[in-house]
Design a protein around this ligand. Structure first.
Ligand code: SAM
Length: 281
């Protein structure tokens, strides 16, 4: 058995301060030091629970020497509790580097489970939970995004993403473009006052958020269905694509927007084509 201290990886609330386990509170209270992503955020939690353990910062830009100092403390038998601003450290949050170094130094690493936005969103989404993938935040650049969404398009599974409210519409559009008008749940502000889960199709979600601009923190859960890839959509001309989208129930204005993006055409050209076509019928 090692003589070293322990690294506890401690889950903290994703909104509601009551979402913290009795064990997490005890460990935060008894640890020699708390290593926190942002000490100001963690201080609020600690002051709420009247915990006075010393805090040090440990974030993605923390240099290697600082990490080594924390490791050294544990090698000298101190106990460290690692926390991020919310939820599980290491899940779209810093923490992995310290955890890896602790493992490499043969320091015991012990999880203290608790809240996580991805799984909380999944369990209330109403979408299948038996096979799912968590992909974190979608990349920002166009090429990376295309590849990212394309990779999801070949499997039947539930996809969980994190997204900012500012980028929600773009991400929903990209999901529609690559995966079709699939079933989706947008879980917003979970465990907080303005908690909301929107369930519907991607285009319904786009409609909803066009008139209710989203705020706060967002987890997207989407159900990808591989079968849709069998459709010969890729070789379609834009007129045919527009027709098929409208026939599948999408609003003409949304279909025109999607086709204009995909084929690099002015939206007006595409929409006018639809209007002319309808008038001829
Ligand atoms: N480590 C955290 C966890 O375990 O869930 C995730 C940290 S990541 C930096 C923050 C992102 O998680 C937010 O931008 C949002 O996409 C999602 N998120 C966090 N809290 C949320 C909440 N209360 N409701 C919905 N999504 C949330």
């Amino acid at each position: 058995m090692s003589d070293s201290g322990i690294l506890y990886v401690v889950a903290t609330p994703i909104g509601n301060l009551e979402d913290i386990s009795l064990r997490a509170l005890r460990i935060l209270r008894e640890a020699d030091i708390i290593a926190a992503e942002d000490t100001r955020v963690t201080r609020k939690l600690l002051s709420h629970y009247d915990i006075h353990t010393p805090i040090t910062s440990c974030h993605e830009h923390t240099n290697a020497n600082k990490l080594d100092d924390i490791i050294e403390k544990m090698l000298q038998n101190q106990t460290v509790a690692l926390v991020s601003d919310a939820g599980l450290p290491g899940i779209s949050d810093p923490g992995q580097r310290l955890i890896r170094k602790a493992i490499d130094s043969a320091i015991p690493v012990i999880p203290v489970p608790g809240p996580n936005a991805a799984l909380s969103g999944l369990i209330v989404s109403g979408l299948p939970t038996e096979r799912f993938v968590f992909l974190g935040f979608p990349p920002r650049t166009k090429t990376d995004r295309n590849q990212f969404f394309e990779e999801m398009a070949n499997q039947s599974l539930t996809i969980i993403l994190y997204e900012s409210p500012r980028r929600l519409a773009q991400t929903l559009e990209d999901i529609a473009k690559h995966l079709g008008n699939i079933a989706i749940a947008v879980a917003r502000e979970l465990t907080k006052v303005h908690e909301e889960v929107f369930r519907g199709t991607v285009w319904e979600a786009l409609d909803h958020y066009a008139s209710h601009p989203p705020r706060g923190e967002i987890t997207i859960v989407a159900r990808a269905e591989a079968i849709r890839r069998d459709a010969p959509q890729q070789s379609m001309g834009w007129e045919e694509k527009l027709r098929s989208l409208i026939e599948s129930g999408m609003r003409p204005v949304d279909a025109a927007r999607m086709v204009s993006k995909e084929y690099g055409l002015p939206k007006k050209t595409v929409y006018d084509f639809h209007v002319r076509n309808t008038a001829l019928k």
